[in-house]
Design a protein around this ligand. Structure first.
Ligand code: FES
Length: 156
């Protein structure tokens, strides 16, 4: 069997095709990265103002509703959430109302001064610590800061 060698013309044509493919890959990489970057981007930890800091005085935790734009990939969705603003050891704290057992929303009972979960009887003190029932962890505590007199919480 006689094996024919590629001609010089065939060899050069293959080199040109290979170089074209390389150039196309180099040019396409930034474009693909640009198109996919919103999908790969982590959600920003945005700060959301939930009210004037001066109105949150010590006492019964206040249930606050707030809204923000939740960005995920290419979509931006207006989201409404709830938080409890209270005090613990003279410090302003903001707690999530979501029970850490199975995700029901807790309510504050002014008589017992406890956050109580209606689903399985979980109870938390005013600092969010578990005092009774099945919840495995304290209520989630938002990071807070005061900017221009507004109490802001960090959404992660
Ligand atoms: S979901 Fe709250 S105690 Fe079970």
């Amino acid at each position: 069997m006689i094996k024919s060698e590629p001609s010089r013309r065939t060899f050069l044509a293959r080199v040109v095709v290979a170089l074209n493919a390389l150039v196309a890959m180099v040019m396409a990489t930034p474009a693909v990265g640009y198109l996919l970057s919103p999908l790969l981007k982590r959600r920003s930890n945005q700060w959301v103002a939930i009210g004037k800091a001066s109105k949150f005085v010590a006492g019964i935790p206040q249930r606050m509703t707030f809204e923000y734009d939740d960005e995920a990939g290419y979509s931006v969705e207006r989201t409404r959430r709830v938080a409890f603003v209270g005090h613990s050891e003279n410090e302003l704290i903001v707690l999530s109302p979501v029970c850490t057992h199975m995700g029901c929303n807790v309510a504050f009972n002014g008589t017992t001064s406890l956050f109580e979960c209606p689903c399985h009887g979980g109870k938390y003190d005013m600092s969010g610590r578990v005092v009774d029932g099945p919840p495995p962890e304290p209520l989630r505590r938002f990071q807070t800061r005061v900017r221009d007199g507004n109490l802001e919480i960090q959404i992660t």
